[in-house]
Design a protein around this ligand. Structure first.
Ligand code: BG6
Length: 491
């Protein structure tokens, strides 16, 4: 295999769905355009709906064009690599037809019998598809076979375990690529580089110098068209179990002995194992839930969660979570990690703030008060970069200092050249690099942590709605920090 230009067939289950159209097709196009795919590739879309190759290619073209507001010319040759096969995931004949098609395409496109099966669809059939792919011989090739799975990977630990066991009948752990798209984001990947490639941070990266760490991922959008899924999931399962805990693990892990998937995973797993567990009775001391009511979104009046399409009018589902997590190990004992995430908040932003401890003695003041603590802010989205907050001299005023910011923005704000998370992850999967995918052990530990919270919340009805659309969440989320003498740094 050519390392730089992997040859493979990508089979997308759910090829007429939202994820394929919004993310996967544009990402495949960018890989192609940037010379990352050789000419030896094919994409096979499978889904229930009837389509011909031609009508499917038109869909792909529309989706790629919609992602390129610059109206750039797209080479027609690109679309000729796409094929469609109507598919019934429970009918074995569909698998045989797919098998024949893949064999023909292997020959036509010289793809060396390398196959990626990408499950971009409702999760109910993940297990069935994996088993049928194996039993019907689709993974039995001279090349490699990999399975890419979108979230949700189960809805609690027992269901995730069951799903995993089913998939593992057909694929080894090394062949399974569980997507957490946050791990494909440039600045999430940069957390390790900032920590481990700079002598100035790592010596301070512990409970002697850090007061607390805050991770915020806020969204302005509401639940939109996804009510049916979301009302059963909520923010805890949708964002905390995966994206938020993954960012926390990267921030808290020990330096791996090597930058390979096994070593990095084993350090992340140690963090998740060290998370202080709660009992249903203590959940309220550490976690706050919220649900948005009506309010203003970008100046427009919007309705509350319970009035959205497909949402129960008395829904107890949380659209906001804030939490205080403690990591009981030598490095982090006593340092709270605060997380918060929610829909219909004031801003769309993902940001990490590392707040350093105050100096043992203040010689300088800022506006009559103690100087501001040093902060390291990692901007994940929409800005991508780092800001270091320092204190510097205020000209001509003896003992007064003033806060200053050192900013670094990657790509100078040129978002067009920032690779999309899905583009990065698809390419990693083609190269067989599983570093930025979640291992089963991480998934299992995250579910076990989160399950205690959801059990406590299911058992007790919340007083919802408790935050206005367009705000930064319920008051209790602020009190969570205020009780510890901290506050959220605004984003
Ligand atoms: C997804 C969630 O995993 O992440 C969505 O299912 C959420 O509900 C999305 O909107 C947020 O991702 P991003 O990349 O926009 O921060």
């Amino acid at each position: 295999m050519n390392e730089e230009n992997p040859k493979s067939i990508l089979v997308i289950f759910g090829a007429t769905g939202d994820l394929a159209n919004r993310k996967l097709f544009p990402s495949i196009y960018r890989l192609y355009k940037n010379g990352k795919l050789s000419e030896d590739f094919a994409v096979v879309g499978v889904a229930r709906r009837p389509h011909t190759n031609e009508s499917f290619r038109e869909n792909v073209e529309q989706s790629v064009k919609a992602s390129r507001p610059d109206n750039e010319e797209i080479n027609d040759g690109f679309f000729s690599h796409f094929y469609y096969q109507p598919f019934d995931v429970t009918d074995l004949a569909s698998y045989q037809e797919l098998k024949n098609l893949l064999e023909r395409l292997d020959e036509k496109h010289h793809t060396e019998e390398n196959r990626i099966f990408y499950l971009a669809m409702a999760p109910n059939f993940f297990g069935t598809i994996a088993e049928n792919l194996k039993n019907e011989g689709l993974t039995d090739t001279k090349g490699w076979s990999r399975l890419v799975i979108e979230k949700p990977f189960g809805h609690d630990y027992p269901s995730a375990k069951q799903l995993n066991e089913q998939i593992r009948q057909a694929f080894d752990e090394e062949q399974i690529y569980r997507i957490d798209h946050y791990l494909g984001k440039e600045m999430v990947q940069n957390i390790e580089v900032i920590r481990f490639a700079n002598a100035i941070f790592e010596p301070l990266w512990n409970n002697q110098y850090i007061d607390n760490i805050q991770i915020t991922s806020s969204e302005t959008l509401g639940v939109g068209e996804r009510g049916r899924y979301y009302d059963k999931s909520g923010a805890l399962r949708d964002m905390v179990q995966n994206h938020m805990l993954q960012m926390l693990a990267l921030l808290a892990m020990e330096p791996p002995i090597k930058l390979n998937p096994d070593e990095i995973r084993s350090e992340k797993i140690k963090v998740l194992r060290a998370l202080r567990t709660m009992t249903p009775d203590t959940v309220d001391d550490y976690f706050v839930r919220g649900q948005y009511g009506a309010g203003l979104n970008n100046g427009e009046q919007v309705e509350g969660y319970r009035d959205e399409t497909a949402i129960d009018s008395e829904s107890n589902t949380e659209t906001f979570v804030a939490g205080k997590l403690l990591i009981d190990n030598f490095r982090w004992a006593g340092v709270p990690f605060y997380i918060r995430t929610g829909k219909r908040m004031a801003a769309k932003a993902t940001e990490i703030v590392v707040q350093f401890k105050e100096l043992p003695m203040n010689l300088y003041f800022n506006k009559g008060k103690d100087i501001q603590p040093n902060l390291l802010v990692i901007h994940i989205h929409p800005d991508e970069g780092v800001t270091l907050h320092l204190n510097a001299e205020k000209r001509g005023v003896g003992t007064t200092s003033t806060p200053v910011k050192l900013n670094y923005y990657s790509h100078n704000g040129d978002k067009i050249n920032t690779p999309e998370a899905y583009e990065v992850l698809l390419y990693d999967c083609m190269l067989g690099d599983s570093t930025n995918f979640t291992h089963w052990d991480e998934v299992a530990l995250s579910w076990k942590f989160v399950d205690v919270i959801s059990q406590a919340w299911t058992a007790k009805k919340a007083n919802f709605p408790n935050y206005e659309s367009g705000s930064m969440g319920p008051k209790a989320a602020n009190e969570l920090l205020e009780n510890d003498g901290f506050h959220w740094w605004s984003i």
